[in-house]
Design a protein around this ligand. Structure first.
Ligand SMILES: [Zn+2]
Length: 487
């Protein structure tokens, strides 16, 4: 036996004899710091109450501006451990200009594998498989739940490593979810839970929840502050006012009807093409994100690639059936995530992207990000993007068509928005400027001022959201439901 082999055998022997693998030691120490593994396993219920803020990623005025924020005025999560149930109720108020309900109430539950929602009138409905998965992972973003998952004999603990002031260990739960737990090296208390997720716009993102301000509660240590980030964006900052252990949480079960209900089907994507004027089609169908196609001498131009790859690919495919001319260009109206969700597939399909200049860095970053968790078309077939940036205005014109693009100026909510005007047919083509179904039009007066400033003679509004309407009706609705000031 050579010396190296002897050394390896000796090392293996020592490792086998040393009491605990480093992964197990991180978990055991964290359990002890929280109050002990037995105490954690004995917890029957937990109620977490508080308030906080929930910023809205991908909805800011400019791509690098502060995010608009929902103020969460009431938050309550109840967990029933023996039955594997949880329910979250929250009430939130928009702290930004918003066209929908500015106060909203949500109740969402998970009973085993069954996710459910409760409407304000008490009606309970089953939520889909994606909601069940999201809620299962969300539930693990707490020291007690992640520790219970890690202490489960069916969990796998791997890859213990030191990282700055924390020790990290990867936890594969009995259900097969993979998360990373970080434990503070001085207090041994859990400081962070991380998992990787797919985001339509951003691709692979780390969802990181940090725990702070631990307090003593019923022989346990529980955090009073939980902060969740998606990549660089803050998603939820919860300040806990009350941690109650083993109190009465009531019945968190899904009703029998809901448990026996089939999973809600994914609504099919349909795209209709309604002629609006010569060589102009309004692509509607399922959902409330429409697109518009313009026919030029030798090519087609699409206004808006919305939502996600599935919607935008269906829209692109439909546009290509409208004429033998190739679709060459997609105008992306602005950077909000629901309006730029088709950016990557539009590039993958070889379309030139026309958008406001201030979207350049943001869009180039979105195009460069890895999408390995749920590979999209651009991940599978990488392709360089071809951009045409617009500063204040741009006219696309040949013998068949003229489309004028204008930057929406001085709008309090939309900083990078390009709207279109077709002089021949006096059409306004726009996204997020106006939707007849909105509850209020906080930036409606600004939209009317923009139309006036550009000296446009509009007959009809052809929107991304809502229905085609005479411009006179749009003006009337805005005047009737305009509100000013923030909430
Ligand atoms: Zn929108």
């Amino acid at each position: 036996m050579n010396r190296i082999a002897a050394f390896i055998i000796a090392t293996v022997f020592i490792a086998a004899c040393s009491s605990t693998p480093p992964e197990r030691k991180i978990i055991d120490d964290a359990a002890a710091a929280l109050g002990g593994a037995d105490r954690i396993r004995a917890v029957k219920t937990l109620t977490i109450e508080g308030s906080g803020s929930a910023p809205n990623a991908g909805q800011n005025r400019m791509p690098n501006d502060e995010l608009p924020v929902w103020k969460v005025t009431e938050y309550s999560r109840a967990i029933d451990f023996p039955n594997g149930r949880t329910r979250v109720r929250q009430r939130r108020e928009a702290q930004f200009l918003f066209a929908g309900a500015t106060t909203q109430q949500q109740t969402q539950g998970l009973d085993g594998d069954t996710a459910y929602n409760v409407a304000p009138d008490g009606a309970m409905t089953r939520a889909g498989a994606a909601a069940a998965r999201d809620r299962r992972l969300e539930l693990l973003q707490h020291p007690i739940t992640i520790m219970l998952a890690a202490l489960n004999p069916d969990a796998k603990l791997t890859n213990a490593r030191a990282d700055g002031a924390v020790d990290r260990v990867d936890v594969t739960t009995a259900a097969g979810d993979m998360l990373t737990l970080a434990v503070d090296r001085s207090t041994r208390l859990p400081s962070q839970v991380t998992y990787m997720n797919d985001n339509t716009n951003m691709g692979d993102v780390a969802i990181v929840t940090s725990f702070a301000d631990y307090q003593d509660a019923s022989d346990l240590k529980l955090p009073r502050r939980l902060t969740t980030k998606m990549d660089k964006y803050l998603q939820f900052d919860l300040r806990v006012s009350k941690n109650a252990v083993d109190g009465d949480v009531g019945n968190l079960a899904a009703s029998q009807n809901v448990r026996e209900a089939p999973l809600p089907p994914t609504p099919p994507i349909t795209v209709t093409a309604e002629p609006v004027a010569k060589g102009i089609w309004w692509l509607a169908g399922s959902g409330n994100h429409r697109s518009i196609v313009f026919e030029f001498d030798d090519h087609l131009v699409l206004y808006e690639a919305p939502l996600n790859e599935a919607r935008s690919k269906a829209v692109i495919d439909k546009a290509r059936t409208l004429s033998k001319k190739p679709l060459t260009t997609a105008i992306v109206s602005h950077h909000h995530f629901d309006h730029s969700g088709g950016l990557r597939v539009a590039v993958a399909e070889g379309l030139t992207i026309v958008t406001h200049r201030d979207n350049e860095a943001f869009f180039k970053d979105l195009l460069a990000r890895p999408h390995t968790i749920e590979p999209d078309a651009l991940q599978k077939n990488p392709r360089a993007a071809d951009f045409q940036f617009v500063d204040d205005e741009l006219t696309l014109k040949d013998k068949s068509m003229e489309v004028q693009l204008y930057h929406l100026l001085d709008n309090p909510r939309e900083g990078t928005n390009l709207f279109a005007y077709v002089p021949r047919d006096r059409l306004l083509v726009q996204a997020d400027l106006y939707d007849a179904t909105w509850q209020q039009h906080p930036w409606g007066e600004n939209v009317l001022a923009n139309v006036e400033k550009r000296k446009l003679k509009v007959d009809r509004d052809v929107p991304v959201h809502g229905v085609i309407e005479p411009y006179a009706q749009m003006v009337k609705t805005i005047k009737a439901k305009a509100v000013t000031g923030t909430h």
